[in-house]
Design a protein around this ligand. Structure first.
Ligand code: PBG
Length: 330
């Protein structure tokens, strides 16, 4: 009781604050999302994601070396697919010589120890901008999951360490695990986007990859029939436990900041590592406010990063990873 207990004693200066701080961020916490494009000599800034870039494979090499030198040892790959290669079946997603498959090999060539994770969903490859196959105005579940498992296999064959299904079709994790096992990829891991919400915070990402759902009759305008409803908590736990039963090594909550309660619930519930994704819209929001001088960029960045760790994240996928680590490294 006051005055015997004065909590402010532990806040007197930075030395005591850092001595008693419960949560610590290190470079080991991060998974770095990377956007890859065809071509040569390309480092393209994404309009709605200031200071974030799409790289062609030749320039990706330098970026990988820089990440490694900063202590960032894991990347999550996304590719921008040219329109003429898109269809409704994910044909190009299965091309053993496609951009994703070459990106994996490029990274393993320049930096064999870099952990490579790959996004597994059809949206960048889909002429309709959906994560699965569209039929009669629906995303058909089992057929989509089957194609995604084939897609994941090509990533494993190209050398990916982990595949990350981000589609939210039922049973995709099991189909992927079974195919990987049958084909001898016993050590290829699965990080499932388990509690992935149908969120408006993915907007800038869809600009980056030109992957937004198209506006056509008989094509759903949003992803609400497969991604989760923003109002649900219990369902997030069910989704996550099912993914673990189906073979997920790591589970993920996405987006981050608006779903910290879900992150904590899941952390308390499961015994596998839990990742969180601070998504493109969260990044854009901070960048925009900082550009206007309304928020302090670095302080808000560090505070949100700390919030993920405190809420229970073992892994943080973040477009801020490099900037955070530069601050940590002094
Ligand atoms: C693909 C995918 C998306 C994101 C990651 N994987 C977009 C979506 O589901 O529409 C979003 C990431 C971000 O916004 O940073 N399924």
């Amino acid at each position: 009781m006051y005055p015997l207990r004065r909590n402010r004693r532990l806040r007197t200066n930075e030395a005591i604050r850092s001595l008693v701080r419960e949560t610590v961020i290190t470079p080991n916490d991060f998974l770095v999302p990377l956007f890859v494009v065809e071509g040569k000599g390309i480092k393209d800034e994404i309009a709605s994601m200031p200071n974030y870039f799409r790289y062609s494979l030749d320039l990706l090499e330098g970026e990988i070396k820089e990440l490694w030198s900063l202590g960032l040892k894991s990347v999550l790959l996304f590719v921008k697919v040219p329109d003429h290669l898109k269809d409704n079946k994910g044909t190009e997603a299965l091309n053993p010589n496609g951009l994703m498959q070459r990106a994996i090999k490029t990274i393993k060539n320049v930096c064999p120890d870099m952990l490579v994770m790959t996004d597994v969903a059809l949206d960048p490859y889909s002429s309709f901008g959906h994560d699965g196959i569209v039929q009669n105005g629906m995303i058909i579940n089992d057929e989509s999951a089957a194609v995604l498992s084939q897609m994941a296999l090509t990533h494993a064959q190209a050398g990916a360490d982990f595949v990350a299904p981000s589609d939210m079709n039922d049973g995709r994790t099991l189909q992927i695990r079974q195919l990987l096992e049958n084909e001898g990829f016993k050590n290829t891991g699965i990080m499932s986007y388990s509690a992935k919400y149908a969120s408006a915070f993915y907007g800038p990402f869809r600009d980056a990859l030109d992957s937004a759902p198209v506006d056509l009759v008989d094509v759903p305008k949003d992803k609400k029939t497969y991604q989760m409803d923003c109002g649900n908590r219990i369902e997030a736990i069910r989704e996550t436990l099912m993914d673990i039963d189906e073979g997920s090594d790591i589970v993920m909550v996405k987006p981050g900041l608006s779903y910290l309660d879900i992150l904590r619930d899941i952390k308390n519930e499961v015994d596998v590592p839990v990742a969180v994704y601070q998504v493109s819209g969260e990044y854009a929001m901070i960048k925009a406010a900082a550009e206007k001088g309304w928020l302090n960029h670095d302080e808000v960045m560090m505070e949100t990063t700390m919030a993920f760790k405190r809420a229970g994240a073992d892994i943080i996928a973040s477009y801020f990873a490099k900037d955070v680590v530069k601050i940590l490294n002094g």
